[in-house]
Each structure stands twice: as C-alpha cells, then as structure tokens.
Ligand binder design. Structure first.
Ligand code: UT7
Length: 338
C-alpha cells in the first residue's frame, strides 16, 4: 500500500504556483502518412512502426507562429477567468518565431491586449514549454508578478525540408497555452532542467542567424531548413528524459507509483516507450497524442497536457510529470499536483 502523499508532504517549495487556465490550437489541415507517401520515398508502415505518427496538422502558407498562439492563449485566459490587463508576464516558447525580432511574445501581447505584461520569447526548442513554466514560476514566486501566461507555439512546417524523408515525416504545427498563478492547493511541486550544448549540431537550423545570415549561398545549401541526426539523438533523448523524471521524483521524495500521469514530449513513440521502461513507468500511465499531431516541439507538452485533461486522464489531486527533450540539447521535467 502506498503512503498517502499530498503537496504538503512532498519536499518542494512552500509556495504553490499552479495552472489556472489552459488552451490549445492546431491548424485544420491534416497531412496524413498517405499524403507524405506521395511527396517522398516513404511508407505509412515505416512511419508508423518507427515513430507512431499517423498524421500531423499543417498551417496554411502565410500563417505565423503568433497566429497559432493567439487562439490558444485567448482560450487559456478565458479558462482562467482573467482579463487581459491581469497578465503581468507573457513567455512564448518557440523555435519558429514570427521573425528574429521583435519577439513573438510582443506581437502576441498586442493582439491579446496584455497592456501590463512584460514579454519575451524563450528558446529551448522542444523543452521550451517546460523551461518556460519553470521560468514563469520563479517570477511568480517572488510575489512581484501575479499571473503569467506561458505559450508554446510552432509553425514548423515552414522550416521543414519537404524533400528530406528523414525529418519531414516527424513534425507538425500547433500551440498550447497555460496561465500560472499562486494558488491554495496543487501546483508545481518541483522541477528540473538542464542542457548539453556539446550536442547542439545534432538538431539545428543553421541559416538565418548571425552565423549564416540569409544569402544566395545559404539558400543554395538549404541552411534555412531544420537539420537532424535522428539516430544520434535517440539515445541521449531517452537517457536525459529518464534521468530528469527520476530527479524530480527524488527531489519530491516520491516514487513512480505516486504519479498518476506522465506527459512526455511527443517526439517518437519508441523514444517514449524506452523512457518509460528506463524510468520504471508503466505505459498505461503515459499519455500520447503524437499519432495525431507529430512532434510540435515547444507546443507538444502543452497540447498533450490539454488533451490529457480533456480526456479525463487527470483528476484533481493527481500527481503528473511533464518531461521534455529537445535541440540544444535541452531537457527538463515538472512534477505538478493537479
Ligand atoms: O524533438 C526532439 C528531437 N527529435 C528526436 O529526438 C528524434 C530522435 N530520433 C528519432 O526519432 C529516430 O531516429 C527517427 C524516427 C528520426 C529515425 O528512426 P530510426 O529508427 O533511428 O531510423 P534510422 O535513421 O536509423 O534509419 C533507418 C533506415 C535508413 O536506411 P538504411 O541506412 O538503413 O538503408 C534510412 O535511410 O530508414 C531509412 N529512412 C526511411 N525509410 C523510409 C529514414 N527515414 C525514412 C522514411 N521512410 N521516412
């Protein structure tokens, strides 16, 4: 029999920062594996067995990341019962900002009317939403900020090389959003984040920044598309996520058995299964929706969290773990009492 635990008995901060509102948005257009079969030399069978992905959502040309973020953020604010002026802080986690500057957060702020919010983007690739929630939590813990809006949003389809079968099958567009605020019960119990920049070249988009500014040469070399060494990423993805889960459980003084739902970054079903095995988590506690959306990078954990709640997989008082891994490399986890 498991010992009875609550946020009051697990080790963590005395103050509680919780999720008080959620939203998500994905484009309408579905791109199935059968559609991709017509574009590159691949099969539905290969994609399904190697990744678990069946389809992904693709934004219409001309759609900016802020266009995807806006409905998700608006829904999260309504869900939290907050007026736009109540938001003190907006963080947008994205690898596909509308432009190099200004930040997508500032563009989104104007559309949402968050006149009192400090705004910035956070670049941690697929770990972006976990990093952003941890960052917002620190601001809220100081007491200086009361409400924070965290958005993970990606318009990846514009940066995917649709001639590269090794990567174009994996990614999709979408956005998720949460509102964070201090609360009486529940909330973030503890968290972990880390990075290993020595493996930065395994997943990157080299062109368009200061190293390779746009030029005919950079375009000819296809430097403005996402590049990935998938096979080399697989092992560190599994190891770092399994370690990160263990770290937050250890920090809270609980075990896998005390956690009702694990929400991993939705990159690849085989990665998720290997993480679960290594972390000692049964698959029936693991939430997956990558079959519908593919890898939506910084939006992935938040879209999965939203749907896990919608589907009744998370109930009040449950302990949930969000765990992420991405380019950088970056990785991190959150233990939340719901
Ligand atoms: O968001 C976080 C960062 N992303 C990740 O963590 C992704 C991590 N990596 C992965 O998910 C997997 O490595 C992939 C799904 C990308 C690839 O799966 P894999 O089992 O590692 O395949 P592989 O790269 O070792 O390729 C196996 C074979 C190769 O052929 P040869 O060299 O064995 O003849 C590839 O050329 O499969 C071939 N291949 C394909 N075949 C059909 C690669 N892509 C495809 C494809 N369709 N789409």
């Amino acid at each position: 029999m498991l010992p009875d635990i609550s946020i009051n008995t697990v080790r963590g901060s005395d103050k509680r920062i919780g999720i008080i509102g959620m939203g998500m948005h994905v484009p309408e257009k579905v791109l199935s594996n059968a559609d991709i079969e017509k574009m590159v030399d691949t099969t539905d069978e290969w994609i399904t067995t190697r990744t678990g992905i069946k389809e992904r959502r693709i934004a219409e040309p001309g759609t900016a990341t802020s266009d995807l973020a806006f409905p998700a953020a608006k829904q999260a604010l309504e869900n939290a019962n907050l007026a736009p002026e109540d938001v003190d802080l907006l963080i947008v986690a994205t690898t596909t900002p509308d432009m190099l500057f200004p930040s997508t957060a500032c563009i989104l702020q104007a559309r949402l009317g968050l006149v009192n919010a400090a705004c910035f983007d956070l670049s941690a690739a697929c770990s972006g939403s976990v990093y952003a929630i941890i960052t917002a939590k620190q601001y809220l813990l100081t007491g200086r900020y009361r409400n924070a809006l965290v958005v993970g949003a990606e318009a990846l389809s514009g940066f995917v090389d649709w001639t590269d079968r090794a990567t174009c099958i994996l990614f999709g567009d979408g956005a998720g959003a949460v509102v964070l605020a201090p609360g009486e019960t529940g909330g973030v119990v503890t968290s972990h984040m880390g990075a290993d920049g020595s493996l930065a070249s395994l997943l990157c988009m080299p062109g368009g920044g200061s190293k390779y500014p746009p030029s005919h040469h950079s375009i000819d070399r296809r430097l403005h598309f996402l590049q990935m060494e998938g096979r080399e990423l697989f092992k560190p993805a599994v190891r770092r996520m399994a370690e990160s889960v263990q770290i937050v459980l250890d920090r809270a003084g609980i075990t896998q058995e005390h956690v009702e739902c694990f929400i991993p970054h939705q990159a690849n079903r085989r990665i998720i299964e290997a993480v679960a095995k290594q972390a000692g988590v049964p698959m029936d506690k693991v939430f997956m929706n990558l079959q519908k959306y593919g890898n939506t990078s910084a939006a992935s954990n938040l879209i999965a969290l939203y749907e896990a709640v919608e589907e009744g997989r998370i109930n009040q008082g449950d302990h949930i773990v969000l765990v992420a891994f991405g380019a950088g490399l970056t990785f991190g986890s959150l233990l939340i009492e719901w």
